[in-house]
Design a protein around this ligand. Sequence first.
Ligand code: AMP
Length: 110
Amino acid sequence: MSNCIFCRIANGEISTELLYEDDKVVAFKDLNPQAPIHILIIPKEHSDSVKEMNDEVSIGRLFTAAKKVAEKLDTEHYRLVINTGIGAGQSVFHTHLHLLGGRLMSWPPG
Ligand code: AMP
């Protein structure tokens, strides 16, 4: 049994409603949403952060999946975020892409 929470979601050990799944990626709602739409898109294969992801195809597939999720949710304006490292706000050390939408967002972020 993995002690990585996102590995356990990706392999079905923790039952979670998946908004999207393919051979490399799953997507599900964030537990603590920061916007009306807040989805996490993660690779099935574990890496601590995007810094450890070396496979360009897998990196690309995360973004392709995010676009499909946005289309599925019919959201035209959205933000994609990858927090990388504690100083950038990363708290779960399994690479994930945040898809945020459904409200107006300011720039620069806090
Ligand atoms: P980050 O701070 O960028 O590492 O993002 C981690 C995100 O994972 C946070 O927004 C948490 O709310 C979310 N999160 C943590 N555990 C779970 C879980 N079991 N299911 C869904 N989202 C989670």
